[in-house]
Design a protein around this ligand. Structure first.
Ligand SMILES: Nc1ncnc2c1ncn2[C@@H]1O[C@H](COP(=O)(O)OP(=O)(O)OP(=O)(O)O)[C@@H](O)[C@H]1O
Ligand SMILES: O=C(O)[C@@H](O)C(=O)CO
Length: 409
């Protein structure tokens, strides 16, 4: 294994795996730190953690355990993948994990680059944009777990890290001068360096400059140029469709997912999961799974709700308790549905998908073709395929589109 990746959530890990696979690397995504060595054919291993919204110390410990395993597999470069919307709080977990990895690897020029132009995320003068909106005005300011209220990535990272934060502006990137600009920031004493990027061409320039650096951090975009550093060239991932029963589960409350849920429910069986009903035990996972299995086509069960509804639920039951109970519910619904015969599972939301992958006990995922930017088809078992959609990704008809690709139609 050459490139070792640590993802702070499961959908984001499959997003990164997708980019590396498209770049021609043989990639496997692991659920947590594996307890055995990787297959020797794997060139890039992505250890998916559910560490984005847990206690910072726990996120650091899990990330260091992942690092140790990846180093034991022979990795020469480590990539820490976080969200293209830089999902974190003033306490973490991007800063503490990046600090710990930089310390462990002796990395002194750590690229910080959440840009992903393919999904509208760009960084200009240190500020993160989602399409034409500042991050803090994009809907992300209402995120249930990591509300992003400041778009200046340098300022947002500063309280999370013990190191000072530098910046490489887009002028250096356009001039293909990234390596020298990183060195200049390092000479000024900065260890974490936010790098602007607006276009894929910028990410390729950053990727080139990243050759040989022990640690890179960012969204999947900055991985675009990495396969070439390992001698790989673009390739199509092989895929065999999976027949049988499909289900879709959504716990994402993002703007994009809510639009996808609305589009899907217009022509397909769909049932809303009311958070109060789950938390107070009025709706059981058995009932939900049975409903899903009884439907024709692609049934969708969703708790996706508007920010005001989410706020009310969190005020009533607490942010952590409501999230934990909903995630455990989704995990159990998925488990029962698969036991009952579901063979294609489509999920929306990073935390939700993480809970479901763990609930299903999926340890390794093979990367298939891309459904929409950042979302690949994944094979988990000979008779089970999944698609894990990050909250804000996917076309309006994502659920139907995903099922078409998963089934090989
Ligand atoms: N109706 C609801 N009320 C309160 N909390 C909810 C509700 N529905 C979902 N949640 C919780 O909100 C969180 C949504 O996070 P999740 O990561 O799944 O989606 P996302 O943030 O849109 O996706 P991503 O992390 O990929 O951007 C989960 O913890 C989920 O359990
Ligand atoms: O980078 C992204 O936006 C996604 O891969 C993700 O991590 C969202 O949860």
């Amino acid at each position: 294994m050459h490139l070792g990746c640590i993802g702070d959530d499961f959908t984001g890990s499959s997003d990164l795996a997708n980019t590396l696979a498209k770049g021609g690397m043989r990639v496997t995504q692991y659920t947590g730190v594996p307890d055995r060595p990787a297959d020797r054919s794997v060139q890039a291993g992505v250890v998916a953690l559910k560490s984005r919204s847990i206690e910072p110390a726990e996120a650091v410990a899990k990330s260091l355990a992942a690092l140790e395993w990846l180093q034991a597999q022979g990795c020469t470069q480590i990539f820490f993948k976080y969200c293209s919307t830089f999902d974190s709080t003033p306490q973490g977990n991007i800063g503490p994990v990046a600090d710990a990895l930089a310390d462990a690897l002796g990395a002194h020029k750590v690229i910080i680059c959440p840009a992903f132009p393919g999904t509208g995320r760009s960084i200009y003068q240190g500020h993160l944009f989602v399409n034409d909106m500042l991050l803090s005005e994009s809907g992300m300011q209402n995120h249930p777990l990591t509300p992003m209220t400041d778009s200046d990535i340098r300022r947002w990272l500063a309280p999370q890290t013990k190191y000072t934060v530098g910046h490489v502006s887009v002028q250096h990137v356009f001039a293909d001068n990234v390596a020298a600009a990183l060195e200049a920031q390092h000479q000024k004493g900065h260890r974490h360096i936010v790098v602007d990027a607006i276009r894929d061409a910028d990410l390729l320039a950053i990727g080139k400059a990243a050759a040989g650096l022990p640690l890179i951090t960012g969204g999947s975009g900055v991985a675009l140029g990495l396969p070439a550093n390992f001698g790989c060239t673009a390739a199509a991932a092989p895929w065999t469709g999976q027949d049988g029963k499909a289900i879709a589960l959504s716990g994402s409350c993002s703007v994009a997912t809510r639009a996808q849920v609305a589009a899907h429910r217009a022509d397909n069986p769909a049932q809303e999961i009311i958070a109060d009903d789950v938390i107070e035990g009025r709706l059981t996972a058995q009932d939900m799974a049975a409903w899903l299995l009884e439907q024709d086509g692609l049934p969708l069960a969703y708790s996706s709700a508007d920010p005001e509804v989410v706020k009310e639920v969190q005020a009533k039951y607490g942010r952590t308790r409501s999230a934990d109970m909903l995630e455990a519910f989704f995990a159990e619904v998925a488990r029962l549905a698969v036991v009952g015969g579901a063979t294609r599972v489509i999920t929306a939301g990073g935390e939700t998908s993480g809970a479901i992958v763990e609930g299903l006990g999926l340890t390794e995922l093979q990367i298939g073709p891309e459904i929409d930017p950042g979302v690949p088809a994944l094979r988990a078992r000979p008779n089970l395929v999944v698609a894990l959609k990050s909250g804000n990704f996917g076309a309006p008809d994502f659920f139907t589109k995903a099922d078409r690709l998963l089934s090989g139609a």
